[in-house]
Design a protein around this ligand. Structure first.
Ligand code: ADP
Length: 395
């Protein structure tokens, strides 16, 4: 039996997990699942790739730790403990120190805790996942895979804020996130279109969290996200680009506390705040409310602006890729972006776009536009296999 690798992706209201067989060329998915709706009505969902999917309902509220314990209990019952060779974790922040995946020991875990103030909404969940896994499988190596690592090679001009230089030295930088998704897409694009993949590519990861990444030769050059996962595009409930003077005003003249400000920027803004209807793109598209339509228009507007800016950073655009929930499934958002960038050399094939085809640009388009599903779980599994040294052939 091949080595089995578990991946854990602890998000804000769900914990996703998957089991992969550590095969030489690419990890093979066996089971994927999640505990969703934490804090409200939790559901434990399991999808077995070659078999019957099952869904178990959990009653009452669940803490993160209980959700993680429920996942590991399920795995222990379904698979012999000895078959689990490594556990890979998505960790949102690796700070300046971690530019690659790492096996977690006590010292690493302490370092990851130091990054909690940098990502207060995500990092504690990621750490809870690692601690829960260490309790359930104390002898199995745990590998931390960072959302920031893929971006650590950015040039100074894309890494710095124009604060006094000592702040940059302290590590107050434009880290960028969604790195596991971008790394996966960069690899996939090399298979789909190896020539354009070597050029300047912009990837639009548009989910509840949304950002853009500019790639050159498959490497991250710049991202719209910065020090925190608030910067750049507006998102489901996060504000995206904002004038820092406005934040000062809210603190000084509105008497807002840092806690309230954080809640405003992370949870009450973005598509939800603008529309007053929902954070969810599907709901906005279905809504007749003018503000829902205005929120979609704002989202598209910002994406177009940022694509033009990033195209400058990489010296011109050779391909555009859409991914994640909205990128993979919202024909309307993609059409708005692509048709608004005709001057840059993009021409949409409306029929292909309406079908969510993998290539949605017209044959005469100077620049190809792809829709490529992302797979952060497979990327975590791949890193885990390599970092834990499970398969020589995978190196
Ligand atoms: P997360 O960042 O939480 O992983 P996803 O990548 O799953 O989020 O993306 C969620 C977003 O994708 C939501 O705004 C959802 O409405 C949107 N979405 C999913 N399917 C569709 C669809 N068919 N049309 C438009 N938007 C969609």
């Amino acid at each position: 039996m091949a080595d089995l690798v578990v991946t854990l992706n602890a998000g804000s209201s769900s914990v996703k997990f998957a089991l992969f067989a550590a095969e030489a060329d690419w990890p093979r998915l066996i089971v994927s699942g999640a505990v969703e709706g934490l804090g409200a009505k939790p559901r434990f969902r399991v999808d077995v790739v070659e078999g019957e999917g099952s869904e178990t309902k959990l009653a009452g509220k669940l803490t993160y730790r209980q959700a993680i314990a429920a996942i590991f209990t399920w795995i222990e019952e379904a698979y012999p403990a000895a078959a689990i060779s490594a556990i890979g974790h998505r960790v949102v922040h690796g700070g300046l120190r971690f530019a690659a995946p790492v096996i977690v020991d006590a010292e690493t875990l302490a370092a990851l805790r130091e990054f909690i103030p940098l990502a207060p909404l995500h990092q504690p969940h990621n750490i809870a996942g690692i601690e829960g896994a260490r309790e359930a499988f104390p002898h199995v190596p745990q590998v931390a895979c960072f959302d920031t690592a893929f971006h650590r090679g950015h040039d100074f001009v894309d890494d710095a804020y124009a604060l006094p230089y000592s702040y940059y030295e302290r590590g107050l930088r434009r880290f960028g996130f969604h790195g596991l998704s971008y790394e996966y897409i960069a690899r996939r694009l090399r298979m789909i279109d190896p020539i354009h993949a070597e050029g300047g590519v912009i990837v639009a990861h548009l989910g509840n969290g949304a950002s853009l990444c500019a790639l050159k030769g498959g490497r991250s050059i710049a991202s719209t996200m910065g020090f925190s996962a608030l910067e750049g595009l507006p998102m489901g409930t996060r504000c995206g680009q904002i004038d820092p003077g406005l934040l000062l005003y809210l603190l000084q003249s509105d008497g807002m506390t840092p806690k309230k400000l954080s809640k405003l920027l992370y949870e009450r803004s973005g598509l939800l705040g603008l529309s007053g209807v929902s954070h969810d793109m599907r709901a906005l598209e279905a809504s007749q409310e003018p503000r829902a339509q205005a929120a979609i228009a704002y989202f598209i507007h910002r994406i177009k602006m940022e694509i033009a800016a990033l195209a400058t950073v990489i010296g011109g655009l050779d391909a555009l890729v859409f991914t994640a929930g909205i990128g993979e499934r919202s024909a309307r958002v993609r059409a708005g972006v692509v048709e608004g960038l005709g001057w840059l050399g993009l021409t949409l094939d409306r029929t292909a776009n309406a079908r969510n085809d993998s290539l949605i640009s017209a044959p005469q388009s100077r620049i190809p536009v792809f829709v490529t599903p992302t797979d952060e779980e497979a990327m975590i599994a791949r890193h885990t296999i390599e970092t834990a040294g499970l398969s020589d052939a995978a190196r």
